[in-house]
Design a protein around this ligand. Structure first.
Ligand SMILES: Cc1cc2nc3c(=O)[nH]c(=O)nc-3n(C[C@H](O)[C@H](O)[C@H](O)COP(=O)(O)OP(=O)(O)OC[C@H]3O[C@@H](n4cnc5c(N)ncnc54)[C@H](O)[C@@H]3O)c2cc1C
Length: 411
């Protein structure tokens, strides 16, 4: 087994670093700072000419969606190369990943027409999906969703409410899960629709999270400042918006969610928090009488967390390797989704203990360390254990799909 990158992959990483050194100008950074919401900057930024031009240069080089087939706007390249490029951009807080974009599910279940329409535009950033899965009655038990889609001729009429529809305010489309049959077991009556966000009948209301006040520093690893409630009131869509077969949306949705978890972002969300701590502690080496960099307990903890971070990386590599080889990918993404966010929580707990009460000061406070970066990361870390599938639910999937244990008895 060889864990090293090939010379071509190393050269690609250097190429990306050189590009960033030259093109990631203060003007792009300033624009990101101005629109910062405390999470990696996404490709469809609103009204950001410098960032948009920068992103276009990235896309023009073929660096977004490298592993997607050429006929759909990708490069037909390998997953590891894609990972390398995503990693370099994520380190400057830019997400170019197609994970979470709906692209994996469209590739797997979409019609030829849907693939040709959506994938190239997802790659260039002209299309961006928000994900409309969770409902107010509960997200962990997703299959009990109530939002209805009723077929009328060539159309479906959709009514219902979703909650935590992140990015709905800037997305061009919604990737919506709705119930198309009530008379069958709950997993079997669900369908997925790919709907333009500006379709009449869709209303978006903001839902602010604890991340937002005060505004976190640019370097904050992850955290939705804003998510949304979305309402669907007699929304009429053509039957061609259906992704996959009617009533087979559960399989498509879970497979898509699982594939969305593969890639650099999942690994870096928590590992960057870890790296920020290492860098901070190293920077204290000349602090005088007490210097965290020389504290043995801190050094031990940092080494332990670094080791955990390497596990995150290896899990990511394994997932990518399975997907690349077309292998059966069932529980691996879930395992990663347990380990990585919980590692993130452990890192933020560690820095909070190191900094004592200073670790609680948010951006704007006179005594905040690194503009409150660590305090903001604490909140983001806990959120990562819930969004995109909670760690409890992920554990259940590992037990059932990975270890073939029976479904747990309730009550
Ligand atoms: C910031 C943020 C952004 C999000 N963005 C999106 C988005 O863009 N689109 C979208 O559709 N959803 C989104 N979500 C929703 C997210 O997927 C859900 O919050 C998550 O699935 C949990 O659902 P819930 O919040 O309704 O909690 P509940 O389902 O009420 O669960 C509460 C707690 O109980 C645990 N629990 C529930 N059932 C079980 C069980 N059977 N066994 C063990 N433990 C259990 C859960 O793990 C959780 O910890 C987002 C959530 C957050 C916080």
């Amino acid at each position: 087994m060889n864990f090293a990158y090939t010379p071509e992959q190393e050269a690609l990483r250097q190429q990306v670093r050189d590009f960033i050194a030259k093109e990631f100008t203060p003007a792009v950074y300033a624009e990101m700072e101005e629109h910062n919401e405390g999470r990696p900057y996404h490709r469809t930024a609103i009204d950001t000419p410098h960032f948009s031009a920068f992103f276009k240069k990235i896309a023009d080089r073929g660096w977004v969606g490298i592993s997607y087939p050429k006929e759909y706007g990708g490069q037909g390249g390998d997953r590891i190369s894609q990972y390398i490029v995503e990693e370099e951009f994520y380190r400057i807080n830019i997400s170019i990943s197609l994970g979470g974009s709906g692209a994996p599910a469209i590739m797997a279940a979409g019609t030829e027409e849907q693939k040709r329409h959506f994938i190239p535009q997802l790659i260039t950033g002209e299309i961006m999906f928000a994900q409309g899965f969770t409902e107010p009655r509960g997200g962990a038990d997703l299959a009990s969703l109530q939002c209805r889609a009723i077929r009328e001729g060539d159309e479906y009429v959709i009514n219902g409410q979703k909650i935590y529809t992140s990015n709905a305010e800037s997305a061009t489309h919604i990737y919506l899960m709705a119930r198309t049959n009530r008379d069958v077991p709950k997993h079997e009556g669900i369908s997925i629709f790919l709907i333009p966000m500006n379709t009449p009948g869709i209303t978006i209301r903001p839902l602010w999270t604890i991340q937002n006040n005060p505004r976190p520093p640019q370097t904050t690893t992850y955290g939705h400042a804003r998510t949304n409630e979305t309402y669907y009131d007699n929304v009429r869509v053509h039957k061609s918006t259906l992704l996959g077969e009617e009533n087979k949306g559960w399989r498509v949705g879970s497979m898509g969610l699982n594939l969305d978890r593969v890639g650099a972002a999942r690994y870096l969300i928590s590992v960057r928090r870890d790296e920020d701590i290492v860098n901070y502690v190293k920077s204290t080496r000349d602090m005088g009488d007490y210097c965290p960099a020389n504290d043995e307990a801190i050094r031990d903890k940092i080494a332990e967390l670094w080791t955990e971070a390497q596990v995150c990386r290896l899990m990511t590599m394994r997932s990518m390797s399975i997907v690349e080889r077309g292998g059966k990918f069932t529980y691996e993404g879930s395992a990663e989704k347990v380990w990585s966010p919980e590692h993130g929580v452990r890192t933020t707990e560690a820095i909070t203990q190191m900094l004592g009460s200073y670790g609680q000061l948010l951006n704007g406070s006179k005594h905040a360390v690194r503009s409150g970066l660590f305090a903001h990361n604490v909140m983001g870390a806990f959120q990562s254990g819930i969004n995109h599938g909670s760690v409890q639910v992920m554990r259940d999937q590992v037990a059932r799909r990975g270890l073939e244990m029976p479904r747990a008895r309730r009550g």
